[in-house]
Design a protein around this ligand. Structure first.
Ligand code: GLU
Length: 553
């Protein structure tokens, strides 16, 4: 007992605070009933994986839907993995999706909140205070085993069910104070290990909010809690930080489940209340009939920057993430088409236990739907912002005439059944290319009953009657009148009943005009397109098409 105290003082002479001190300066949060405190704790690698964004999205939704607090803590204890400027990049990535922390790290070296510091690299003294206290109680000890010795043990344990430093392998567990002192004074390197109270028969239990009730063997390993440089391992830092920052729900990747027995043991030994765990399964991808994790190496869509560069609106990605998170979301969305996503009663218990499947086709559908409901003004603003950064050519098309581009984007929009052609901003340039002479690609291929002979007759007549100041009804009745003059019928039913009596129907006539004006057989509202093309362009394109079909005949 006396020796433990002496040892603690010898190992940590610079530590003059106590755990009680920190308990006091980091008080319990004053929250309303049911409010949850959740966090996102990235390592500053600079790469934001879609899976991390998804886990963060879930954590954020948990906190926000309960009226609680969401904070960001940076796990930068592994200096080798830290990348300059990474936090800025990650926070920017999150803010694109509306995830703005209430507390914690809010910018590069910028923090907010009374539980600071939120960078683990600045909390060394706190971890060591708790470590010192464990040594005092005989619950942790310095270990002098060398990397070579540890490697040897690892090799000798191949095939054994329990690995690591425990039982006979824990060589430094019972060293006397004198021996420790001498070895340290001789310059031997040491780490601090937990003196695990676990037994081989012992079990631990927890009720994971996603995975359900879990029973696992208790931890028996004397795990390292402080590395030789005095920096904590993930396990120790997790227990101290989530306790002192008063986290109620730990939402993290399910790769941590296997370490949960260590964490439960640490919480118990430290006298902390265990938070609720929510272990999120990884996002999966289908491949060769099987499933695998979405991979940073193999899948471009694993990087959050992919969605930003492609121009998927953040609303689309958020909606899509909610479809991955809660399978009942799509039904809710059908019933609540205009509600904001935040109104959805997100339920963590409805999350997939084994991992939701990533599906780009589904994201495309979701996004087309989201964009179809946006106003032309919003589509203009968001896509222009995107174009300025990722597609200068599109941006300069926009800059020719903002009013005209907004009108183009408004074709077949802001009505009951808007078209769903655009899934991402990078689709727009191709989608509207025929609206500009510099990007228009003539193409005279026809479909249906339309052939070049009919095209010649239709175009000759149409160029005589086309009038850009017509309203839609007048324009359409001109089209119908034209049908009769070229041996077609304005009535599709009539054509179907008697196909041999006509050269085609009104659809074929409009196809000819559509192809002449746009180079395509399928476009949004031809009347609106014609009006926005302007007199000169319409005339030129009709002439060019007529010339083409005349030559073909
Ligand atoms: N820094 C850990 C990681 O990136 C965080 C795990 C956690 O949320 O506790 O995996």
């Amino acid at each position: 007992m006396e020796d433990n105290k002496k040892l603690a003082e010898f190992l940590f002479p610079h530590i003059d605070k106590t755990p009680e001190y920190y308990e006091e300066i980091f008080p319990q949060r004053d929250l309303k009933e049911g409010a949850k405190v959740c966090r996102f704790s990235p390592s500053p690698t600079g790469f934001l994986h879609f899976g991390n964004l998804f886990t963060c999205f879930v954590s954020y939704a948990m906190a926000k839907s309960s009226g609680g607090v969401f904070y960001v803590r940076v796990e930068d204890t592994d200096q080798k993995r830290s990348v300059e400027g990474a936090i800025e990049v990650m926070l920017k990535g999150l803010s694109v999706y509306g995830i703005v922390p209430d507390e914690g790290v809010i910018g590069d070296r910028e923090e907010k909140g009374i539980y600071a510091p939120y960078y683990q690299s600045e909390r060394k003294e706190i971890y060591q205070t708790f470590a010192k206290s464990l040594v005092e109680q005989g619950l942790a000890y310095p270990c002098f085993m060398t990397p070579e010795e540890l490697e040897e043990i690892r090799e000798s344990q191949e095939g054994e069910s329990i690995k690591g430093i425990w039982g006979k392998y824990a060589k430094c567990r019972d060293l006397s104070f004198e021996e420790v002192k001498t070895r340290i004074e001789n310059g031997e390197i040491w780490t601090l290990r937990l003196k695990s109270p676990g037994t081989l028969e012992g079990k631990c239990f927890f009720d994971d909010m996603i995975k359900g009730k879990i029973e696992m063997p208790e931890n028996v390993q004397d795990i390292v809690i402080l590395k030789s440089d005095g920096i904590p391992t993930y396990h120790f830092a997790h227990a101290i930080d989530d306790h002192l920052m008063r986290t109620t729900h730990v939402v993290r990747g399910d790769e941590w489940i296997s370490s949960a027995p260590i964490h439960l043991q640490l919480f118990k030994i430290l006298g902390f209340k265990v938070p609720k765990y929510c272990h999120v399964a990884p996002i999966m991808k289908e491949e060769d009939g099987g499933k695998r994790k979405l991979s940073k190496r193999k899948d471009p869509e694993a990087a959050v920057t992919y969605y930003i560069e492609q121009g998927y609106p953040s609303d689309s990605v958020n909606e899509y993430m909610m479809t991955l998170a809660n399978s009942n979301f799509e039904d809710w969305r059908r019933m609540n088409q205009t509600e904001p996503l935040s109104k959805f009663p997100f339920n963590i218990k409805k999350m997939s236990v084994s991992g939701a499947l990533f599906d780009i086709v589904k994201l495309t559908d979701v996004s087309k739907n989201v964009i179809s409901k946006m106003s032309a003004q919003k589509v203009f603003e968001l896509s222009y912002e995107w174009a300025k950064e990722f597609d200068k050519e599109l941006a300069s098309l926009y800059e020719k005439d903002f009013e005209r581009i907004t009108a183009i984007l408004n074709i077949d929009r802001e009505n009951k059944k808007p078209r769903k052609d655009i899934a991402k901003w990078s689709d727009i340039k191709e989608y509207i290319s025929y609206m500009f002479d510099e990007t228009f690609i003539p193409n005279f291929e026809l479909s249906g009953n339309a052939d070049s002979a009919l095209a010649v007759d239709v175009l000759k007549k149409y160029r005589e009657v086309v009038n850009l100041s017509d309203d839609k009804d007048t324009w359409f009745s001109r089209m119908k009148d034209l049908c009769a003059e070229v041996g077609c019928t304005p009535n599709v039913k009539e054509y179907k009943a008697n196909p041999d009596s006509f050269r085609g129907h009104v659809g074929d006539v409009s196809t000819i005009i559509r192809v002449a004006l746009t180079g395509r057989v399928n476009t949004p509202d031809l009347f609106a397109i014609t009006a926005l093309l302007g007199e000169e362009t319409v005339k030129n394109r009709l002439e060019a098409a007529l010339k083409h079909y005349e030559e073909e005949n």
